[in-house]
Design a protein around this ligand. Structure first.
Ligand code: AMP
Length: 400
């Protein structure tokens, strides 16, 4: 999974960034002091120096902090970064919701164009397509630029104040702090008061409308299906304009679960004390994605087939030779496995079935004595005999 995400990200021009597992609490508070993450879900504690430390609950805040501290904005624009690592949230554990989980995410800083936004969405979509995920959809919305959102927020405050008795206690608190977040209420997502609330699209200025429709038309052009969901605002306060989520449909407990969420953030870099630099990113929940692939029996060859060569050896001395050849192949970056224990073909072919390598190399007494090996293409089943010195050049030619 990680290999696939990283390969795809690299093909899109992203470089890896690694940030610490814990940081000063302030770093994460900036993602929104009214968000669920900050108010309820952070693992925060004092270290021996009485400093408030938090286990990272998400990736973006620390990446922004690092982007500024290391002056990455001076290097290139757009700056495209990806990360993969554990995140921690104090939530009630349940299907698809853990206290420690992993995210693969990307962040792009420095440019804001519909084409870039779509390229970011398309890169996530490519990961899901290559994993063979079925029955998912992309939900997308715009929450407008600052100007549009201000007008909209005022209208929402007015509306929700009229219906305050029908809101949960969290939402009552949100009315004046962040009324948009009420649309994303996790307590009662079907509350008709929330469903019938005024829609952002009636408050968008022309610029925001044009931007959003250009994004949609580029997605149409690339035949990426989407559903515009006007109630999608996403849980974090830093989003502006475009927000999106990938949702799975299934007939088990995973139904409706978001396995990737993202959006644009026009002001986040500035709120960390940086310049006016726009950003866009997404995070994929790795465990959720794994559960989805599991539940769809979707482990196709591309994912499982990480091993190029399995060496089968038929006696003790041949096993030593197998280890030597494996070492040589690995030196040449050819992923290779050997069976460390069995001498029978039957056992070793079982391993071959499991690993599904592209090639099998077979060494027995005769091959050893004649300095040759048998190489079998595991797909075409064609088997050839070649001298041991030629193994690398033979495989390199075939594995290109
Ligand atoms: P968020 O950072 O909340 O936008 O989440 C991005 C993605 O991370 C979600 O779509 C989920 O797939 C995943 N995720 C968030 N919280 C959890 C959790 N507690 N356990 C597992 N996955 C999570």
């Amino acid at each position: 999974m990680k290999i696939l995400c990283v390969e795809i990200a690299k093909n899109y021009g992203y470089n890896e960034i690694k940030t610490p597992i814990f940081e000063h609490t302030d770093v994460f508070v900036r993602i929104g002091d009214d968000s669920d993450i900050v108010t309820k879900e952070m693992y925060t504690f004092l270290d021996k120096g009485n400093r408030s430390i938090t286990l990272r609950p998400e990736g973006t805040a620390a990446v922004v902090r690092s982007y500024l501290e290391n002056k990455l904005y001076a290097k290139t624009s757009p700056m495209k970064l990806f990360y993969f690592g554990p995140m921690f949230r104090y939530e009630r554990p349940q299907a698809g919701r853990y206290r420690e989980f992993h995210q693969f995410g990307v962040e792009v800083f420095g440019k804001s164009t519909p084409l870039l936004d779509c390229d970011v969405i398309i890169s996530a979509n490519q990961i899901f397509q290559e994993l063979g995920i079925k029955n998912y959809h992309l939900k997308i919305n715009t929450i407008g630029d600052n100007e549009s959102r201000k007008l909209y927020s005022e209208k929402l405050v007015e509306y929700f104040e009229e219906h305050i008795n029908h809101l949960c206690s969290d939402c009552k608190r949100r009315i004046n702090k962040n009324p948009l977040r009420i649309l994303d209420c996790k307590v009662d997502g079907n509350n008709p008061i929330i469903k019938n609330a005024p829609k952002i699209h009636d408050f968008l200025n022309q610029e925001s409308k044009d931007y959003f429709s250009e994004v949609l038309s580029i997605l149409d052009y690339y035949q990426v299906d989407y559903i515009v969901d006007e109630n999608l605002v996403r849980g974090l306060d830093y989003y502006t304009d475009l927000v999106f989520e990938f949702i799975i449909e299934s007939n088990d407990e995973l139904d409706g679960l978001a396995f990737c969420g993202g959006g644009k953030y026009a002001n986040l870099v500035e709120s960390f004390g940086g310049m006016d630099i726009p950003g866009i990113g997404y995070a994929i929940g790795v465990e959720r994605l794994l559960s989805i692939v599991d539940s769809q029996d979707g482990w196709n060859d591309k994912i499982e087939n990480d091993i190029d060569v399995l060496i089968i050896s038929l006696d003790k001395l041949s096993k030593l030779k197998a280890l030597e050849i494996a070492y040589l192949l690995r030196l040449h970056n050819i992923p290779t496995e050997i069976d460390y224990e069995h001498y029978t073909m039957k056992h070793q072919f079982k391993l071959a079935d499991k690993l599904n390598p592209k090639f099998l190399i077979i060494i027995g007494e005769e091959e050893r004595k004649n300095n040759i090996v048998s190489i079998k293409d595991n797909e075409t089943k064609v088997q050839e005999t070649i001298s041991q010195e030629k193994i690398i050049s033979y495989l390199k030619g075939k594995l290109l």
